[in-house]
Design a protein around this ligand. Structure first.
Ligand code: ADE
Length: 256
């Protein structure tokens, strides 16, 4: 998997890409991350990536040219890459979408910043993805969350234990409770079944607990996917039709 991240803050990624499972996947050649500095694709003296909004209003808007020029440059080497815009306006990321993205060979992640991004950029991406219903200062944290989640699903990136944990979430419930030594901690005992050595009983207990916890904190996960988001388009998880289906209007006469 090769991830190309388009950002004005490439330095942001140094630390999270350099630790844990993501580092191991990169070292092992399972994951390659190219940090694409958006300023390299600006054409003015000040290397500006944003400008004032048409129609007035406060804040700045990210210019379309540097982003689309960067996307063109990436496409020259990875023409089939799936292009993702990280934004609070996107489809909310879930396990099914992470699974779909993990099957791609090349992903491009465009990190928005400032108050917004020129609307026309959306004509040049396949998906728009949000990591939750709140606003971050930019797409970098969201892109890193996505890289981490996708990396965990690349075959060979995880050891067996972690792999089993991921599958358990994929099965639709949250994880069962885990304990380690000591057997008694500040008056709180480890459930006796876990000390029993009866593996069949332990398995049943874990299954029951996973169901109980999921029912209590995330009952929506126990519903069938179709019941979860009524009206959501089944084939376009991002909610964005996708770049290849998007009609791009010709520029008005006199524009350049
Ligand atoms: N950029 C700002 N907020 C975001 C969010 N919630 N998800 C993805 N990208 C974002």
């Amino acid at each position: 998997m090769h991830v190309h991240v388009v950002t004005i803050f490439p330095e942001f990624f140094a630390s999270p890409l350099g630790v844990g499972i993501v580092k191991r996947a990169r070292d092992g050649g399972l994951l390659r991350v190219s940090l694409v500095d958006l300023r390299e694709y600006t054409s003015d003296r000040h290397r500006s990536t944003d400008d004032y909004p048409y129609g007035g209003g406060c804040g700045m808007v990210m210019k379309p040219e540097p982003i689309v020029t960067a996307l063109d440059a990436i496409a020259a080497g990875a023409p089939r890459a799936r292009r993702i815009l990280l934004s609070p306006r996107g489809a909310v990321l879930d396990h099914a979408l992470v699974e779909a993205l993990a099957r791609e060979e090349d992903l491009v992640m465009v990190c928005g910043r400032y108050e917004g991004i020129d609307e026309r950029v959306r004509s040049f991406v396949d998906d728009e993805i949000s990591i939750g219903d709140y606003v971050l200062s930019g797409g970098e944290i969201a892109a890193m969350a996505l890289i981490d989640a996708v990396t965990r699903l690349i075959p060979g990136a995880l050891g067996n234990v972690a792999s089993a944990l991921s599958e358990s979430f994929a099965s639709g419930t949250l994880e069962y409770p885990q304990y380690t030594r000591p057997a008694m901690f500040r008056g709180l005992a480890v459930p006796s079944v876990l000390l029993s050595g009866d593996h069949a009983a332990i398995g049943r207990w874990r299954e029951r607990e996973a169901q109980r916890i999921t029912q209590r904190v995330r009952p929506d996960l126990l519903k069938k996917p179709a019941e979860r988001t009524p009206g959501a388009p089944a084939e376009s998880p991002s909610g964005l039709g996708g770049r290849r289906d998007t009609t791009v209007e010709p520029p008005p006469a006199g524009s350049h």
